[in-house]
Design a protein around this ligand. Structure first.
Ligand code: FES
Ligand SMILES: [Fe+2]
Length: 454
């Protein structure tokens, strides 16, 4: 139903006792404006991968919520994230998607900023400003930045905990994603550019889907009929052949920080299943990597991650090895950015296989994601109707059956281990969202940022 202002998010718009969520949180303009204030600046947001800026002086443009940022490696090799916004009148000081430069000159009136963010040049300094402008006060606005295993995150607010604390219990699962196929933390390399495309839906649809929706396979029925997997067989995943032959738990993982992960835990060890028989180089690479991973990780190699969402809008997918963001673009539109990665030292044949796989699978050209876009666009429309808005969405699957089950004590977070699925991840995600939304700007935010779930 529609909710009056001032709004109470926890328990009212997001009622996790009943498993109900108001459609307003996806379509109300004023709620969206509050999200821009209360969610995004307080969160660590993904802005790029180090392999996109390997050399000193390299930069790419990233995005944090609605705003453009410059992600660069300065002349000394240090990473920075700057608001791409001139301090004079707000013009974008960098208009290229990527490049290498020691300075950024604003195209409007030609203020010049260095790769360290300092204001180093101002036309008419003498004749116009009478040498009274203190350049040291007018450098680019800089965010906190942290590179976690090569994945660069940035945050505007000082009160937000350090990135690794923010990541919290998701660390095990995100580490699994960061590992190369052989289980080591070697180098990934982003290939091609950044996929960017827009979908007519609220940004949270994608974030919740990647974080917890295990059971929307009916909408991918047509994709499952074609040959999509890298193995050249029916099915979408590299591991389809394995999962059909082994006993496993499906795991939904929620963390108190509001992050989610999905994956499978095999009940016992499993063997490598030949996957790329027609490509000897590729087959050898993955068989060898599989063996090394088993040796290195031992029991932990039984975990097979599918992907997850780092609160609020960063999602990663294992297998296709993609990483991206659901950027808000007004309440009714999302601009999706996604990069794809391959192991840097892998043979070209392996990189080619992975590249073709992701193009078939994800992104605007990917068959799977085209289904998703239909779902989210239509579901968003369904949250806008005058009559429809009177009725909440149902988020009650598995409610009351949440368990702190630990099929393996080395797993992090609260794990729902089942032969089937639950919406506990989605509930945890929105519970975190609601708690953060209930804290107005200027309030003491520490409790809500550190411990967001009971
Ligand atoms: S807006 Fe950048 S110099 Fe005027
Ligand atoms: Fe999907």
């Amino acid at each position: 139903m529609r909710h009056a202002t001032p709004r109470q998010y926890t328990g009212d718009l997001v009622n996790m006792d009943k498993g109900l969520i108001s459609r307003d949180i996806f379509t109300a303009e004023d709620i969206y404006q509050e999200e821009l204030e209360r969610i995004f600046p307080r969160s660590w947001l993904f802005v790029g991968h180090e392999s996109q800026i390997p050399e000193n002086g390299d930069y790419i443009l990233g995005r944090m919520a609605e705003e453009s940022v410059i992600v660069n490696r300065d002349r000394n090799g240090k990473l920075h994230v700057f608001l791409n916004n001139c301090r004079h009148r707000g013009m974008r000081v960098c208009r290229y998607d990527k490049g290498n430069s020691r300075k950024f000159m604003c195209p409007f009136h030609a203020w010049v900023f260095s790769d360290l963010g300092e204001l180093i040049g101002v036309p008419k300094m003498e004749s116009g400003y009478h040498n009274e402008l203190d350049k040291s006060e007018w450098g680019l606005i800089e965010a906190r930045v942290y590179s976690y295993r090569g994945f660069i995150f940035a945050c505007w607010e000082e009160e937000t905990p350090a990135f690794e604390d923010y990541l919290g219990d998701l660390r095990f699962y995100f580490d699994d994603y960061c590992e190369l196929p052989d289980g080591t933390f070697g180098e990934w390399e982003a290939f091609g550019g950044i996929f960017k495309w827009r979908v007519p839906c609220n940004w949270k649809f994608g974030a919740e889907n990647f974080g917890g929706d295990y059971y929307h396979n009916p909408s991918h029925a047509s994709v499952d009929q074609v040959i999509l997997s890298p193995a050249g067989t029916k099915g979408r995943h590299t591991y389809d052949t394995v999962t059909k032959q082994r006993e496993l738990w499906k795991l939904c993982v929620m963390t108190k920080e509001g992050h989610n992960a999905r994956g499978e835990l095999f009940k016992d060890d499993y063997e490598y299943m030949p996957t790329y028989q027609e490509m000897a180089v590729v087959e050898d690479y993955f068989r060898d990597a599989f063996k090394k991973r088993q040796e290195k990780l031992g029991e932990k190699a039984r975990w097979y991650g599918h992907g997850g969402t780092i609160f609020p809008n960063v999602s990663y997918s294992n297998g296709v090895q993609s990483m991206g963001s659901w950027h808000p673009c007004g309440v009714h539109e999302t601009e999706i950015w996604r990069i794809f990665m391959a192991p840097k030292e892998a043979p070209d044949e392996v990189k080619d296989v992975l590249r073709h796989y992701v193009i078939r699978y994800q992104g605007p050209s990917g068959l799977t994601e085209q289904d998703d876009m239909e779902n989210w666009g239509s579901a968003h429309e369904g949250a806008r109707g005058t009559i429809a808005l009177r009725f909440d969405y149902h988020y009650g699957m598995g409610m009351g059956y949440e368990q702190r089950a630990w099929p393996a004590e080395w797993l992090g977070g609260d794990v729902y281990a089942t032969e089937d699925v639950s919406e506990q991840n989605q509930r945890a995600y929105y519970a975190r969202w609601a708690r953060m939304m209930d804290v107005p700007p200027g309030a003491d935010r520490k409790p809500v940022l550190v411990d967001a779930a009971e």
